[in-house]
Ligand binder design. Sequence first.
Ligand code: ZN
Ligand code: ZN
Length: 134
Amino acid sequence: MKIDGNCHCGFIQYKAEVNPEEVYICHCTDCQSISGSPFRWAVSVPAENFKLISGNPKTYEKISANGRASHQLFCPECASPIYSTAVGTEPKSYNLRLGTSNQRSDLPPKLEVWCRSAQEWVASKGTNEKLNKQ
Ligand SMILES: [Zn+2]
Ligand SMILES: [Zn+2]
């Protein structure tokens, strides 16, 4: 599925081709603090299927509890998260933040991960049996 999107201020614009079956939400505590929200909503996109149209995102290097580094890219003007990617791995893929996509209403999550860190009041937790939980 072809999608496009932009950060809140419009500085960053992108196009991508994504698989709607791979849309997920992550409840881990890093995603909670980086997004400022109860979970992160994303899809993994091979690098060749993602194209930055305008703007140059800023990179924050996140070190996770297990010591693994990832790059978190965001708009330097409005701080909207755009994508994350592992450091030093090939082939590259981007975990695109779907809140920035114009097609977001057509991209419901198919998988939930890190459910043990989920906030108890998150509505989908334990109620949406269509979702595949980890
Ligand atoms: Zn922006
Ligand atoms: Zn996470």
